[in-house]
Structures are given as structure tokens and as C-alpha cells.
Design a protein around this ligand. Sequence first.
Ligand code: ADP
Ligand code: MG
Length: 327
Amino acid sequence: MDQKLDLELIGLTKRYGDTVAVDMISYHFSAGTYACLLGPSGCGKSSTLRMIAGHESVSDGAVTLAGRDISHLPPAKRGTAMMFQNYALFPHLNVRDNVSFSFKMAGVDLATRYRQADAMLELVDMTELADRLPSQLSGGQQQRAALARALITKPDVLLLDEPLSALDPFLRVRMRAELKKLQRELGITFVHVTHGQDEALALADEIVVMNDAKIEQAGQTRNVFDAPATAFVARFLGSHNVVSMPDGMVAVRSDALQLTSTEAAKLPGTITNIEYQGTHVALTAAVPGEQEVTALLSDKDFFGNPKELGEAIGLNWEAEAAHALAQ
Ligand code: ADP
Ligand code: MG
């Protein structure tokens, strides 16, 4: 991968009046990375993406691409392209004209821009639907048209703001796989904003977890998931228990909890909920300190030794499964 096409955020800040939407964030995206900005609504993800794209002014700090400061360039001059949450297709233009729209604005002749548009439509498997209006397309097809429109400018970085949120759950999982495949084929950097942890885990080489205008934790997806640094990250990623122990707060993955006799347990508990999840059973227990923890047990383990609501149990985990948390 061409190292020269790295994208870097340096002390990037966005203020809207008195609101600090993005507070001095810095991050280095290596060229060709699939990165997800993950965090709850209002934490500053879209503002960050729009500053990278040039659809929002930078209050402080800089965005560089290939070492060049692009913070104040117009969107079309940056080497980035953006795909919007609602796709923003023009309703009165057919798919081919939507896809080639930016080329029309740039004064590219008709034959050239249609040739390029058709190449992009082939890439996203939409050749057959080039003459349709957006209203004649399904949600997934509209998404592909919007992707083709973003990619026609041959960006080095594709920015996607909640690209799957308008799709039903089944289609969301299918389009998620298509996005990943497309990114692999193109080899360009994708920066994908989502508030869904499963989406981020499925797609991202790197996750940037944001909270309250700042980066809470960032890095290789598995490293972040395996070792959340703060209670916020552990809770937001899910599948973790955050437990206060005498020597401090720790995160333990739900699938790392084991049932044991009450004497041998790190934590004694009382079962408050048993949820059958097909391959697994999620067993929730009240533990000292008015806390609850959830153990994810394989269906074999659970039904080999079934438990009942209200039953006293012991919970244990390997020492290395617990990660000390800041705060
Ligand atoms: P996210 O995409 O993570 O939901 P946003 O970047 O949209 O977060 O918003 C971050 C914060 O900035 C929120 O408090 C939001 O209300 C505020 N905000 C976003 N856009 C504007 C705007 N155009 N004017 C004023 N405040 C804004
Ligand atoms: Mg947003």
C-alpha cells in the first residue's frame, strides 16, 4: 500500500458557537485501512467526517492527506469523497446521471462521463439499472448508486456516514459484506462512521471509539475489543462486564466467565435472568455491590448443568481475562 496516501488528523477541533463538537483529536490512518469511527449519537463523528470531507470548516488543527494540508481546500480538490447517510441522490435524475453528476459540473464531455459512470456502475453491480430513477430502486440499490457516485472521482479516501442505517437488518448485513469486499478490491482508505458496535467489529481493521468530542480509545479492532481501556469502551463495545472488585474496576468478557462452586468463586451471585440465544445461553446474575454480570455459556455447558432463576452460583475467570480499567 502506498504509505504516501496516509490520512492524518492533527489536533482537529470543531466548535459550533459554544459547543465543542470535536475536541483536539489526533489520529493517523494508514493508506488502505478500513477504519470505523464508533461512538454514541452526538459524540462528534459526523462533524469529524465532514471536516475531513470539506463540508464543514475546521475550527482548529488540520487534516492532511499524503502529507499535504487539505484542511481548507474545497471538497472536490481533497482526494476524498463522501457517501451520505440518506444517499442524497437527485430524484429527477436517473442512476447514470446521478453517478456522473460531479463530472458534468466539472465540464467533462458527455461520452467520457457516461463511460466512467458505466464503469462505476459495473463495479457496484448496477449496470442493468442505469436508466432507472432513484424512486424505482430498493434501499440497497440506492446505496450502490450512491457508492458509485462517490467513487467516480477516484478518491484516495472514501468517507461514509452511517451508510447502512437506512437498510433493514437483513440487507444491512449483506451490504456490509459488499462494502468490505469493495474496499479490499479498491485498496483505498475507508473511514466509516457508525454507532453500531457489531457493524464496526465486522468491518474495521481499526476502530476509533469516540465519546464526548474526544477519542476514548483507538487501534486495531481486536486489540480494542480484547483490552478495552475504559469502562465506557467496555460497555459501548458490549459483550463485556464492567465489575468493581476490591482492587479496582475490571472488564471481563461475558464469554470468559465460568460457573463454579460458590466457595471457589471470585464473585458469588444470584441468577436474575436466563436468556436462550440459540448457540448460547446468556445468564445474568446479581453480584455484590448492586452490580449485575452476564455470563455467555455455550448451550452444551448450560444444558449439561442447567440452572434456575434465583439459584446461588459462583462466577470465576482466568486472571488474564480481566483487564484493569481507567476511572
Ligand atoms: P454524531 O455524528 O456523533 O452524532 P455530530 O458530529 O453530528 O455527532 O454532533 C456533535 C455535536 O455537535 C452535537 O452536540 C451536535 O448537537 C452538535 N452539532 C452538530 N452539527 C451542528 C451544527 N451545524 N450546529 C450546531 N451544533 C451542531
Ligand atoms: Mg452523525
